[in-house]
Design a protein around this ligand. Structure first.
Ligand SMILES: [Zn+2]
Length: 252
């Protein structure tokens, strides 16, 4: 009799446990999909492969120096800054540390000095070399007497292997992303102050011609500037991939 009671108690407890399990299962199954998705999103993200990479973004000119002026009056310094500010978050999304030479419409260095332009350029050199960057990208717009000349072109310091690699991948990305009809080739230069004076690997990206009315119009459109920023990002990522993949001591 006593044994039977113990057995039936065990039987009831097991039964209740099974019912509880079934209810729990049904409740989990009913959970809305969104809630489950939310749980997935909050899981820790994987570390970016670009974590630790440092890139300088240098919007050319600014403040007292407008740079090139378009036929409709567009100032190069404004376009350069807009593209640079669009590029910055695109790189940060990838885990890259971005150092900006300017984020406002200003001249760099001592603006009271006799040669403001030299002051500005030397301050850029100081910022770029002081950043310990893996790559510096100077953003500019071109100009030429012949108004029909158009398209992006990337410059690098003559003899710089890293500069040539960076210029190549950047040029390809710009040609592809902007669907350039007659693509230009990269160009070595030994005279530009920034290229000559910086120790860092630096490229100058002339994104378009302000002297070309069609390109000037495009540069005033946010969607086109977004495409330029995207191309510059692609070029930068490609350069980081190429330059570090073959090295034994991976910097980042
Ligand atoms: Zn310029």
């Amino acid at each position: 009799m006593h044994r039977n009671r113990i057995l039936s108690t065990i039987f009831i407890i097991t039964g209740l446990f099974l019912v509880f399990l079934m209810l729990f299962y049904l409740k989990e199954k009913e959970k809305p999909e969104e809630e489950i998705k939310q749980e997935e999103i909050t899981e820790p993200e994987e570390k970016s492969i670009y974590e630790g990479a440092v890139v300088v973004v240098d919007p050319g000119h600014g403040g007292k120096d407008p740079g090139k002026v378009g036929t409709a009056g567009t100032l190069e310094k404004d376009i350069n800054l807009l593209i640079a500010m669009e590029l910055k978050p695109l790189l940060e999304e990838e885990g890259i540390t971005v150092v900006m030479t300017r984020e406002e419409d200003i001249s760099l260095g001592n603006t009271e000095a006799d040669n403001v332009k030299m002051e500005d350029l030397n301050e850029r050199v100081r910022l770029i070399d002081g950043s310990g960057c893996h790559l510096a990208v100077s953003i500019h717009q071109n100009s030429f007497q012949d108004k029909s000349v158009a398209g992006p072109q990337v410059f690098y310091y003559e003899g710089s292997e890293g500069g040539e690699t960076a210029a190549n991948v950047m040029q390809q990305a710009l040609n592809r992303e902007l669907s350039v009809q007659s693509p230009r080739s990269i160009k070595a230069n030994g005279d530009y102050w920034l290229l000559k004076k910086t120790k860092a690997t630096l490229v100058i990206a002339e994104c378009a011609f302000l002297s070309n009315p069609e390109e000037e119009k495009l540069l005033n459109e946010e969607a086109y500037r977004d495409r330029i920023a995207l191309a510059l990002k692609e070029g930068i990522l490609k350069y980081l991939d190429v330059s570090f993949s073959s090295e034994e001591n991976v910097i980042y």
